[in-house]
Design a protein around this ligand. Structure first.
Ligand code: FUC
Length: 767
């Protein structure tokens, strides 16, 4: 080899090695196109979402616009339902559960009984005739620039495509490039699975119009083609010949404005977006700048191994038998952050059961908002991983349901305040849906309100507490002051009727409700104190809280799920609702309530280690809060189980080749909850102190995290090595005192707003 060639080869090798090191935690990549939807790679700007398949002869971009749902504005409240509340309660008190459920099904449920479904919008297909023969194919999603790329060689030409969804441009871009001049020949077409659809070609634009089957919404999507080649209109498609590059810009909109208003003009909106759409390079630069503002705030580095260099689907398969790829956990956490940025941005709706990615008209659970666990899970990593803006769409939804839920509180319970049951949709339904045995669950609004409290705890933003959080939390609490009822058997105040999410039917007094209500009351009491307001109301909450049925330990040493000691120790039910007080709640703790903690662990052991995706993710968080890193890691391994392993479809939870969480089918909550759980093993900040490496699994002896947020208004960087803390930096955003815990060592530091503090391995402040 000549010296120059040797040097170049060596440099290329070095560059590849360096790149590979950083790639392992920030790139999903594959050696083949996606064969099915769960292999395609997601992009999104909050409002628009797409799955890019990376096909060679035909590429498919399946896309969504977040407001295309079935249904129309309506109240779901059941007028006069409250007349039956007393009788339902009486039946439950007398042990007549079936009769209570029957009466509730007939007289107490949402009208209509079901909520509406999120809809696929359409597909863009790009055909590359003659490319069947190809080589050197590679496909990737780079989390650092939020771009999906695919490239391959065909007929001596290298073809490269890049797709991204831009938040500033409100559009999806798809760019194609050929390495040789004039060698790009392709066709673009659009289609949809809706029965009512229309495709029109107008100049260099294709328009797809769709109308939902059941409901009042319709949408327009338009692709604008910009190319240096020759463009021809053919039946239903645009054909491009002899181009070197081309850009497709996709915009979509519906007539939905908000949950009460649907007189939007999608054609006008789409035309406006396309008119202002910048050219590809300009749009890409702006997209990266916008995205990286959020993404780059946080990093997690965990060691790579040989296995880490493999394509993502192979990494997943290898992890199952030989989990020596810690960097895969870092990739999983960053992928969750990517998904949150792509599905939940200010001004958009919150991430639903599938984020915003849905290719069906009848998706599982309508791809709506199930709030008895799933929607909350989506936002578990938001504050901690420094993505507070992405939390905002959830707050807007809470505002909406506090309005619709005020009517439901009145009509169903004759109560003040507002209530949300176990689901909501784009119309912000708040009444109990589906069936009384799981639909009548009253603490959805209370749990969601606590997300606003968490925002305050992470940021110490008093204006937010005063103007946004507290009024919503207060309304949620007011409902329970009216709703809680005395249990004739014990004399405690209980939540009735309700259920322990999806387990055991309609009951009086599920443990989870009481934990959530106590947490809500506590948050309101503290808020009133901080804001120097509502002293009498706070006093009332404190008194009421004392009277709510406490957690109890049952005959098997378990934490009771209900008022009566009827837990089935053989049940492996996916919900473990009565442990809410451990995570995301915090009333059961290792030092504060050791007996209850022991009982909770016993309950979790009875439930077993298997589960659907989100259930596995929740269990990671539980074991982390139990300070058992090894068990948390066992659960992480389960969550990382490939769903398609050697072509074998599995029945439990796990991960698809594109790292989407499997319920199955795909449900995004496990991605978010799993990421939160991994971080919960590294840092916990819920007990008035920052606990460092509280549940570090042995498999993660070395690592670094930067930009992680902790309650109290702190942002921190931490390095650990050989299982021990090495360095810590704390930035104080609010000037609150900072209490640190590392094992048995506790250190308290007074901080100044805006100042950064460095600590050594012994927690001594470094100058
Ligand atoms: C809850 C869970 C189900 C599913 C659904 C969307 O009701 O019990 O498993 O995740 O939400």
């Amino acid at each position: 080899m000549k010296p120059l060639i040797q040097t170049v080869t060596f440099l290329t090798f070095i560059i590849f090695q360096c790149r590979a090191q950083s790639d392992v935690a920030s790139k999903l990549w594959y050696k083949q196109p996606a064969k099915q939807w769960e292999e395609a790679l997601p992009i999104g700007n909050g409002a628009l979402a797409a799955m890019v398949f990376g096909g060679v002869e035909t590429d498919q971009i399946q896309f969504n616009e977040e407001t295309l749902w079935t249904g129309e504005p309506r109240s779901y409240a059941h007028k006069g339902a409250s007349a039956h509340l007393g009788e339902i309660r009486r039946l439950l008190n007398e042990g007549q559960q079936k009769e209570a459920e029957k009466l509730a099904n007939e007289q107490f449920m949402s009208q209509p009984m079901r909520q509406m479904a999120y809809q696929a919008f359409g597909d863009v297909y790009v055909d590359f005739p003659g490319h069947a023969q190809h080589s050197a194919y590679v496909r990737e999603l780079d989390l650092r620039d939020a771009t999906v790329k695919s490239s391959y060689q065909s007929g001596g030409v290298r073809y490269t495509r890049a797709a991204f969804a831009s938040y500033p441009a409100k559009a999806i871009y798809y760019h194609i490039n050929s390495s040789q001049k004039g060698k790009l020949n392709f066709a673009v077409r659009m289609d949809a699975i809706h029965a009512s659809k229309e495709v029109k070609i107008n100049g260099n634009e294709i328009e797809l119009g769709v109308r939902v089957d059941k409901g009042a919404l319709h949408g327009i999507a338009r692709v604008k083609l910009i190319t240096d080649g020759a463009v021809k209109q053919e039946a239903g498609k645009l054909t491009v010949s002899n181009a070197t590059q081309a850009t497709l810009v996709l915009a979509a909109a519906t007539n939905y404005i908000d949950y009460k208003t649907i007189n939007g003009d999608p054609a006008q909106k789409v035309a406006g977006i396309l008119q202002q759409a910048p050219a590809f390079q300009t749009a890409w630069t702006a997209h990266r700048a916008d995205y990286q503002k959020l993404y780059n705030r946080f990093a997690l580095t965990l060691p790579a191994s040989n296995a880490s260099a493999s394509p993502t689907d192979e990494r997943l398969s290898q992890f199952k038998s030989k989990p020596d790829d810690p960097a895969l956990l870092a990739l999983y956490v960053q992928f969750a952050r990517y998904l949150l940025i792509a599905s939940s941005r200010p001004g958009t709706h919150p991430a639903n059961l599938q984020g915003k990615w849905n290719h069906k008209l009848n998706p599982s659970w309508d791809s709506k908002y199930t709030v008895n666990i799933n929607t909350e899970m989506n936002y578990w990593p938001a504050e901690m991983t420094n993505l507070r803006e992405c939390h905002e769409p959830l707050f807007q939804m809470v505002k909406d349901v506090s309005q619709t839920g005020t009517e439901v509180a009145k009509e169903h319970y004759n109560a003040k305040g507002w209530v949300l049951h176990h689901n909501t949709d784009v119309w912000r339904g708040a009444a109990p849906i589906n069936a009384s045995n799981h639909g009548i669950w009253v603490t959805g609004g209370a749990w969601l309100s606590l997300h606003l409290w968490e925002r305050y705890r992470f940021t110490e933003d008093k204006a937010f507490l005063q103007n946004t959080a507290y009024p919503l939390m207060k309304g949620a609490a007011e409902f329970f002051l009216d709703f809680l009822v005395k249990d004739p058997k014990t004399g405690f105040l209980i939540s009735s009727p309700s259920n322990s999410p999806e387990n055991g039917g309609l009951v009086a007094g599920p443990t989870m409700d009481h934990q959530i209500i106590r947490a809500l009351f506590k948050a309101c009491i503290e808020s009133a104190d901080i804001l120097k307001t509502d002293a009498a109301f706070a006093q009332k909450l404190a008194e009421t809280s004392q009277q709510i049925a406490p957690n109890r330990i049952g005959r098997y040493g378990q934490l009771q799920e209900w008022m009566t000691d009827i837990d089935d120790t053989t049940s492996h039910h996916r919900h473990v609702s009565h442990l809410w007080g451990i995570y995301p709640g915090e009333e059961i703790t290792p030092t504060g309530t050791p007996e209850l903690l022991k009982a909770a662990m016993q309950s979790l052991r009875y439930r077993g280690d298997d589960g659907t995706g989100w259930s596995l993710a929740w269990k990671i968080n539980y074991w982390a809060r139990f300070l058992d890193g090894e068990h948390a890691y066992t659960m992480i391994r389960k969550l990382f189980t490939p769903v398609y392993d050697a072509g074998q479809k599995m029945s439990g939870g796990g991960s698809y080749p594109n790292l989407f969480d499997a319920h199955p089918p795909f449900q995004i909550d496990g991605n978010f909850g799993g990421a939160a759980g991994i971080l919960e093993t590294l840092v916990q900040s819920h007990l008035g102190e920052i606990n460092l490496l509280p549940a570090l699994p042995e498999a993660l002896p070395t690592g670094q995290v930067t930009g992680l947020c902790a309650r109290g208004g702190f942002e921190m960087d931490m390095t650990w090595k050989n299982g021990k803390l090495e360095a810590l930096t704390i930035h104080s955003k609010a000037g609150k005192p900072c209490k640190l815990r590392y094992g048995n060592k506790v250190v308290s530091v007074n901080t100044t707003k805006g100042k950064t503090y460095r600590f050594g391995p012994d927690l001594k402040v470094l100058k």
